[in-house]
Design a protein around this ligand. Structure first.
Ligand SMILES: O=C(O)CCC(=O)C(=O)O
Ligand SMILES: [Mn+2]
Length: 200
């Protein structure tokens, strides 16, 4: 399937076929067995609607102390390794990038969303972020390098991959809503989003 480009966001519809999606879900279950999902709070103490964990050398954390990357899960255990098929995808789509050091795992239930934000806790913003969608469809909104202005939206489906490089790397983006029961990949529904990042 050919990629489509919206601004500098490069979207690969159906990058992962259904059997590869099922394999990813199985691998993620192992990851979450070691480093369980937690419900983060914002630095102001407001609970986020997504639940999060990570794989890789670093995990992304949000709590009362702020947004940051940490070497350990809040329980004190190291994050599990990033599943091999995600490393292969990274090599395929962004061969010139450094190796990813974090795979943030976001789990959305039917009512979860993510407000417009930039990914900017990483030291080297010349490195791309690559995002994988699994399960229910999500309305992904793409904005600008500064807050506000015109935006464009696309429904991301299970197996779709988005490369955020170039101008898109600093662009505001978010998830407005999930379309419940739009996928049968996850037996209880919901959506998993993975974002691979170079942290240092
Ligand atoms: O769920 C998504 O598709 C986007 C997630 C995201 O932007 C993030 O975790 O920083
Ligand atoms: Mn983001």
């Amino acid at each position: 399937m050919t990629a489509l480009r919206i601004r500098d966001f490069e979207i690969h519809p159906g990058y992962f076929a259904p059997d590869a999606q099922a394999q990813l879900v199985a691998d993620l279950r192992d990851c979450l067995g070691q480093a369980p999902l937690v419900q983060p709070v914002t630095p102001r103490g407001t609970p986020m609607s997504v639940r999060m964990s990570s794989a890789g050398a670093y995990g992304w954390i949000s709590d009362r102390k702020g947004y940051r990357y940490e070497r350990l899960h809040p329980s004190g255990v190291p994050w599990p390794p990033i599943p091999a098929e995600l490393l292969a995808m990274w090599q395929d789509l962004v061969p010139d990038a450094r190796a990813p050091e974090c795979c943030l795992i976001n789990w959305y239930d039917a009512t979860a969303k993510m407000g417009m934000h930039q990914d900017r806790d990483e030291a080297d913003l010349s490195q791309p972020v690559v995002s994988v969608s699994l399960g229910d469809e999500a309305l992904f909104r793409m904005g600008n390098a500064t807050r506000g202005g015109k935006t464009e939206s696309v429904w991301l489906k299970s197996g779709d991959v988005v490369v955020m490089g170039g101008e898109a790397r600093r662009a505001y983006h978010g998830i407005d809503r999930i379309r419940p029961n739009s996928s049968t990949l996850l037996p209880k529904g919901g959506r998993i989003n993975l974002t691979l990042r170079v942290v240092t």
